[in-house]
Write a protein that binds this ligand. Structure first.
Ligand code: IPM
Ligand code: MG
Length: 355
């Protein structure tokens, strides 16, 4: 088992170290871990956010454990040097088009949720975000000079029928293993690309008569997510709407520090990353919550290696640690014990032996 470890920037390094510790405790010598720079660290090491050697390592690995990329000032400067581009290029180069972001509420964290307990008790939904298309990659793009000599920003929302079909199939297949409900999110009332999205998802849905399909415009979806999130099972979204809705969904589970993710394509190779960013404001202070990274490691075992029992064991260990009252700052609750990134990771490793 070859696992590439790409910690990236900021707290990405700190949380990834804990996830690797947990994987090593579960896998022993069965896995080989190789680390490489990406994002701002890639620019520092090789002048680009996705160094060639990092891409090659990712290509020959079975799975990629990813931390976070980015830092202050990401929104300015030339695009080809922005840390996020490292991740975007990797997702596309490896054909990882399906991004699973499960918003699962551990009962122990019900008091940390942004919503009232009765609205989130038992919450278990998946945001399935399309990851290789949309306005993220559409051409033409850029900052152009128009006929009046003024600058004009251009990005293009674009989806082919094929791209929509493959993510739709993934959504329906995923729902079949769960509560058999798919909600597709779009903005078909305004955008032609989204009209094609809706028509295509509906067409694919005809092949899955046992799965209930509903459609919501993205504004209504964000409202429903905050009003009555338990109505959702699998929520399939275009790339940009999924980026936004998944951060919101994370807060229902207590913290962005609790949301793991898996990005997969046609094969077993996958990229596993916590949904949170690099959080430069708390970098290097042992404050970050490593649980999203550790839960991403569990997804790695389940999706890329079919090791369902090991994955479930990690999830039980996380639950045991939460039940024991340990909390990082982002999920702190009165009466609980505050711990740092490293202590939390070590507590999960210790709990593996008990669950
Ligand atoms: C995410 C992040 C990335 C995205 C950034 C870092 C490029 O926000 O994975 O949600 O927008 O996809
Ligand atoms: Mg995001």
């Amino acid at each position: 088992m070859k696992i590439a470890v790409l910690p990236g920037d900021g707290i990405g390094k700190e949380v990834t170290a804990q996830a690797v510790k947990v994987l090593k405790a579960v896998l022993g010598n069965a896995a080989e871990f190789t680390e490489a720079p990406i994002g701002g660290e890639g620019v520092k090491a090789a002048g680009v956010p996705l160094p060639r050697a990092t891409l090659e390592l990712a290509r020959r690995s079975d799975a990629i454990l990813f931390g976070a990329v980015g830092g202050p000032g990401d929104e300015s400067g030339p695009r080809h040097l922005r840390p996020g581009l490292g991740l975007l290029t990797l997702r596309r180069e490896l054909g990882l088009f399906a991004n699973f972001r499960p918003a699962f509420l551990f009962p122990e964290l019900i008091g940390a949720s942004s919503l009232k307990p009765e609205l989130v008790e038992g919450l278990d939904l998946i945001i399935l975000r399309e990851l290789n298309g949309d306005i993220y990659y559409g051409e033409p793009r850029g900052i152009m000079v128009n006929a009046e000599g003024k600058r004009e920003g251009v990005n293009t929302m674009r989806y082919s029928e094929f791209e929509i079909e493959r993510i739709a199939h993934m959504a329906f297949r995923t729902a079949r293993d769960r509560r058999r409900k798919v909600c597709s999110v779009d903005k078909a009332n305004v955008l032609e690309t989204m009209q094609l999205w809706r028509e295509t998802v509906a067409g694919v849905g005809k092949g899955y008569p046992d799965v209930e399909l509903t459609h919501l415009f993205v504004d209504a979806a964000s409202m429903q997510l905050l009003r009555a999130p338990k109505q959702f099972d699998v929520v399939v979204t275009p790339n940009m709407f999924g980026d936004i809705l998944s951060d919101a969904a994370a807060m229902l589970t207590g913290s962005i520090g609790m949301l793991p993710s898996a990005s997969i394509g046609d094969g077993n190779k996958g990229l596993y990353e916590p949904v949170h960013g690099s959080a430069p404001d708390i970098e290097g202070r042992n404050l970050a919550n490593p649980l999203a990274a550790i839960l991403s490691a569990a997804m790695l075992l389940r999706f890329s290696f079919g090791r369902k029992d090991d994955a479930a064991r990690i999830e039980r260990a996380v639950r045991a640690v939460l039940a024991g009252g340990l909390r990082t700052a982002d999920i702190s609750q009165p009466g609980m014990k505050s711990v740092g990134t490293v202590e939390m990771g070590e507590a999960v490793v210790a709990a593996l032996g008990r669950v």
